[in-house]
Design a protein around this ligand. Structure first.
Ligand code: C2E
Ligand code: CA
Ligand code: CA
Length: 309
């Protein structure tokens, strides 16, 4: 709007462009007015995109690993790789801040390829160190639509000597359900390669049971939004119990995310959840710390199984 937003035509057009992007983000048949907030958001998006592109070149990305623990035995059975970015100018940038930008700009394909390759390299290293460990990697919707994903994975696995069955791909429930038939075909190809698939953030999307039954997945991860209030909210407790039962019926493993207290763990144990992930056991840690946790060198972990006694 002239003259409220800007005094010259070039700036007005630039702002109108931002408003158009905002309107498009909201879906079809929408409108939006430029606001200062939009300008700031766009500037941040451009900055993050530029810096992230550089990070791929300067080596600013790293994978940390969060243990997945067997509820019954208290032993680590796998890890989830979580991306960490430290930028010389911006400091540590949280994935919740840069992953959406990378998805919006398409940079997620290059970032995702880096993550997959780094995870395969780590799997290979742990195998050669005599501690084979399954590593779960988050896959974004765009990667799932990549036609050469299977080839890319095959070559990373081979190059690093990583057995395919030690790689698990986490696909969110909403990604898998956006186009169930396309997802099913891709997941079948991945399964044929020998990697396993987990449905992430389960409970936040809307799976139809018939689609769920057809997807070649081996694990369901209950989103931490349901675990956080599980002891306070009857509705969430019912949902978590129902998901565990559903998974049992379909012959799938269940992992609960975001377990922070012994009481939450006890609830999960009582209802037959297979595994959990959360700060109660450990945050995501650098690769070197994983083996120490695995071999029980960390005294802090000794108290966890005791919570179940
Ligand atoms: P997610 O897949 O749901 O990952 C779990 C998130 O929960 C991680 O956040 C983890 O640090 C956090 N978390 C784990 N235990 C606890 C707990 O006990 N309490 C609480 N409050 N939080 C816990 P993080 O590392 O910040 O990652 C956020 C999201 O960013 C991930 O959510 C995932 O969607 C995305 N992400 C991370 N790495 C990658 C990646 O390599 N590729 C893609 N596409 N997405 C990634
Ligand atoms: Ca995940
Ligand atoms: Ca989650």
């Amino acid at each position: 709007m002239f003259p409220a937003d800007a005094a010259d035509a070039a700036t007005l057009l630039r702002y109108a462009d931002m408003a158009m992007y905002q309107a498009k983000e909201r879906g079809r048949a929408n409108y939006a007015f430029y606001t200062e907030y939009m300008g700031r958001r766009m500037a941040e998006k451009i900055l993050l995109h530029e810096r992230l592109k550089l990070a791929l070149a300067y080596g600013g990305l790293a994978l940390h690993y969060q243990p997945q623990v067997d509820v019954a035995t208290g032993r680590m059975q796998a890890v989830e790789a979580l991306l960490r970015w430290t930028d010389p100018q911006l400091g540590e940038v949280a994935p919740d801040r840069f992953i959406p930008v990378a998805e919006a700009t398409g940079l997620i394909l290059a970032v995702g390829a880096w993550v997959l390759d780094a995870a395969c390299r780590q799997i290979g290293q742990w195998v050669r160190a005599g501690s084979p460990l399954r590593v779960a990697v988050n896959l974004s919707a765009q990667q799932l639509r990549q036609t050469d994903l299977v080839d890319q994975l095959r070559s990373s696995l081979a190059q690093h000597g990583a057995p395919p069955d030690l790689l698990e791909l986490e696909v969110t429930e909403s990604e898998a359900m956006a186009d169930p038939e396309q997802a099913r075909l891709m997941l079948c190809n991945l399964q044929a390669l020998g990697v396993c698939v987990a449905l992430d953030d389960f409970g936040t999307g809307y799976s139809s049971l018939s689609h769920l039954k057809q997807l070649p997945v081996s694990r369901i991860k209950i989103d931490r939004e349901f675990i956080r209030p599980v002891l306070r909210s009857g509705a969430d407790a019912t949902l978590v119990r129902a998901v565990i039962m559903l998974a049992r019926t379909l012959g799938l493993h269940v992992v609960a995310e975001g377990v922070e207290s012994p009481e939450q763990l006890l609830f999960l144990a009582q209802h037959g959840c297979d595994a959990y992930q959360g700060w109660l056991y450990s945050k995501a840690v650098p690769a070197q710390s994983v083996l120490a946790l695995l071999h029980g060198d960390d005294p802090a972990q000794a108290s966890v199984p005791a919570a179940l006694a």
